[in-house]
Design a protein around this ligand. Structure first.
Ligand code: ZN
Length: 161
């Protein structure tokens, strides 16, 4: 079986940045499970998974445009401390918010100057060229429920119902 649209694939991964620093890895976890062809993973990686078989190991370099996107200065804003409603606002703290399209995003506190808080709504990996080392560990047909939901279910998936 090969990875094609509507297959659920599991893979082990190591993600490194341009300098070879490991950003994330499946080491010690169940691998990542996703529904192929449903935008569950970044486009550059999904394209590289197409046609792969179980036990295939490969490396792929994904430019930021096909990864977590480019960094946008417009996503960096200064807001008032009151917006955080008493939460502990320190540099590096992350909060959940919505972007103008209503999608959930994580914002990171960059600076706190008295009542002014500088927040960054860019994904932490925006603008980063991603180096993936991938090993495919499982491929199966998606269930009707998974196809209806547009994501994989079960161990290793990020969706639990
Ligand atoms: Zn679901």
């Amino acid at each position: 079986m090969q990875i094609t649209k509507d297959k659920v694939a599991t893979f082990d991964y190591e993600l490194k940045d341009e300098e070879g620093v490991v950003i994330d890895s499946s080491e010690g976890h169940t691998g990542m499970v996703y529904l192929h062809g449903a935008d569950n993973i970044v486009p550059g990686l999904e394209n590289a998974m197409e046609g792969k078989s179980v036990k295939d190991s490969f490396s792929v370099v994904v430019p930021a445009e096909e990864g977590y996107g480019l960094r946008h200065d417009s996503m960096i804003q200064t807001v008032a401390l009151e917006m955080f409603e008493g939460a502990d606002v320190v540099v590096g703290a992350q909060f959940h918010a919505e972007n103008p399209e209503g999608q959930p995003i994580a914002i990171t506190v960059k600076e706190v100057n008295g009542n002014d808080v500088v927040i960054d709504g860019n994904h932490p990996l925006a603008g980063v060229k991603l180096h993936f080392d991938i090993t495919v560990t499982d491929i199966r047909d998606a269930t009707a429920e998974e196809l209806a939901h547009g994501h994989a279910h079960g161990a290793g998936s990020e969706h639990h119902h």
